[in-house]
Write a protein that binds this ligand. Sequence first.
Ligand SMILES: [Zn+2]
Length: 192
Amino acid sequence: MTQDPAVSVHDTAIVEDGAELGPGTQVWHHAHVRRGARVGAGCILGKNVYVDATVRIGDRVKIENNVSIYKGVDIGDDVFVGPHVVFTNDRLPRATNRHWEVIPTTVRRGASLGANATVVCGIDIGEWAMVGAGSVVTRSVPDHQLVVGVPARPAGWVCSCGTVVSRAADRPASLDCGACAGQDAAEAEGGG
Ligand SMILES: [Zn+2]
């Protein structure tokens, strides 16, 4: 187990030898991080989170209670994974399959997955995309898109702060909400 002094692992959690946890990462009750998994800095792994062998998780990722991240799932920086989110890594699940191969899934920087969403393998969830609670995501989601429902359908576009900026099907010219656009302009002028 590679452990920076600033890492915090609850007594009931299991972090196997060969798992890496970045500085400042917190691992809560009954979580399990398998060998070969690499979790970045400043992450929170909630109660009962499972991180499979070889999984990669970026920095500042927040994973809520009872989420299992299986082999083949790759999570970028600043991603939010809501409670009870489910990932899969097998398109043709059979208990008896002799030709099983891992089908990869990527969740890109800043994306959010709402509580109890199911992410079917083989797709790519774009940067700052947002998946509504309870959705079943079966197709890739472009950057900043909001998807909801079963199966998940496009429902608009969101700012990096999460505010819906458009309900149109087409991507809007600006993906900043009014507040973030104002803030960006103020920062550009040096006003903070
Ligand atoms: Zn915003």
